[in-house]
Design a binder for this molecule. Structure first.
Ligand code: ADP
Ligand code: MG
Length: 437
């Protein structure tokens, strides 16, 4: 016998009175085997009943807990709906209003108690007032969605008969087999007002500010160029300063207008088939003054003759012009800016490489956002608006292309521009290393 047996067998007689107490008591009272059996059955039956009762009680308690949780969540939901800043209106599939929160009361001027049960048409001006029942019926029959699942801007009708614009989002739900629609409405009167003001402001900038500014710059340019005769040295320096600043101001106005037009989708694009290399050459020619100012030479180190793209020439020149002028502005004097043109599968790629200081680490994440400019002395000296790359990105994206910079370059900066190539690609032997512009 090992230690285990000794320990457990040794305990067995001690356990018996606890395990079946009635056995020893029955014996002691002199009960027969049959009587003892009946007693045991009784005890088992009582135990089963007790256990069933306990299970029932537990189930009841569980249900109570679930019901309490449901009631609490319903209260929470209603509290949420009641405190929402946006109007919430729930209707059934007949268009009858089921829920009308306090924000909806304030927005429409109706008390919830007066509109619950009424048709939602009440809150709609024509033509939707007459057509709404038809929308619901059509949706029920065909599943056609009119406003469901997307945001739309519609007109709503106040109790006093006035109309106002709202942004509307409608969701469908099924509760106990009942189809309900919940609408979230936001009054956009103010937003529309701001948009109108912004439009007017932009119109003012472009006409009232840009037009005279162009005239000022033109006149200063003429004086600067000596058209009206030689100026005393001091006056000439002041005129040059005024001319430079009028140019910068005009650049800023143009960039601001472009950002606004791109943001609002109002910039017009005229897409045509374009030969790529002549476009790059034109961009280099247009940037010649900036290159000269910084004593930098722009060199095409690889050509892709015959390549063409689908694009707006003026907009693409704007992008190339910005990449080239950035490269020149940040290049050391007497260095080169290299333009490398190649194809990548069904795309053409233009790399513009300079030997400048590179892009500052902290600027990289927001390089293509508005007014992103490095904080180096060089940047401040170079002028600019910090809008060029943001505009370039938006233009390139409208072309379905990609713009970016190559990270990890050891010296200088390389920006790339990729655009879909048109037609068949020329063979790589069109490569012409070292041709200079
Ligand atoms: N080639 C480059 N080398 C170094 N920094 C650059 C280069 N290109 C752009 N940057 C940085 O990105 C900023 C934003 O450029 P951009 O949007 O064209 O505006 P801007 O040229 O008007 O300053 C620049 O001010 C500069 O700090
Ligand atoms: Mg720039």
């Amino acid at each position: 016998m090992n230690r285990y047996h000794r320990r457990h067998l040794g305990r067995r007689p001690m356990l018996l009175p606890f395990a079946v107490p009635w056995a020893s008591e029955a014996g002691a009272a002199g009960l027969s085997g049959a009587q003892a059996g009946t007693a045991m059955a009784l005890v088992i039956a009582v135990a089963v009943v007790l256990m069933a009762g306990l299970a029932l009680h537990r189930e009841q308690r569980r249900r109570e807990v679930v019901e309490e949780a449901l009631a609490a969540s319903k209260i929470q939901q209603q509290a949420l709906i009641d405190t929402m800043v946006d109007a919430v209106i729930i209707i059934d599939d007949m268009g009858r209003i089921q829920n009308f929160n306090p924000a909806a009361e304030a927005m429409f001027g109706h008390a919830a108690s007066k509109v619950i049960g009424q048709n939602i048409r009440l809150l709609m001006p024509e033509p939707h007032h007459s057509a709404h029942d038809g929308y619901l019926a059509r949706h029920k029959e065909t599943g056609v969605r009119c406003v469901l699942g997307r945001r739309s801007e519609v007109e709503a009708l106040r109790r006093d008969g006035s109309r106002f614009p709202v942004e509307l989002a409608v969701t469908a739900m099924k509760i106990h087999g009942r189809r309900l629609f919940s609408g979230l409405l936001r009054d956009i009167t103010e937003r529309r007002k701001v948009e109108r003001l912004k439009d007017e402001f932009i119109a003012t900038i472009s006409h009232e500010l840009r037009t005279p500014l162009t005239a000022i710059r033109g006149s200063l340019g003429l004086i600067n160029g000596g058209v009206v005769g030689e100026l005393p040295a001091q006056s000439a320096a002041l005129i040059r300063l005024a001319h430079d600043n009028s140019e910068r101001l005009l650049l800023l106005v143009d960039d601001l207008l472009d950002v606004e037009r791109l943001g609002s989708g109002r910039m017009e694009f005229h897409f045509v088939s374009l030969a790529l290399m002549p476009l790059i050459e034109e961009a280099i020619a247009k940037n010649a003054a900036v290159a000269e100012k910084h004593a930098v030479q722009c060199v095409i180190v690889r050509h892709l003759d015959g390549a063409s793209v689908h694009g707006d020439p003026q907009r693409l020149l704007q992008v190339l012009g910005n990449l080239l002028s950035n490269a020149c502005k940040f290049s050391p004097r007497d260095s080169t800016v290299e333009i490398d043109v190649m194809h990548r599968e069904d795309r053409v790629r233009i790399d513009i490489r300079d030997y400048g200081p590179g892009i500052a680490e902290e600027l990289r994440p927001r390089l293509f956002s508005r007014f992103a400019q490095g904080d180096t002395g060089n940047t401040r000296q170079s002028g600019g608006t910090g809008l060029g790359l943001c505009i370039s990105k938006a233009i390139v994206e409208r072309h379905g292309g990609e713009i970016g910079f190559v990270p990890g370059a050891e010296v200088g900066t390389t920006f790339y521009l990729e655009l879909a190539a048109l037609g068949s690609m020329p063979s790589p032997n069109a490569i012409d290393q070292g041709r200079k512009e």
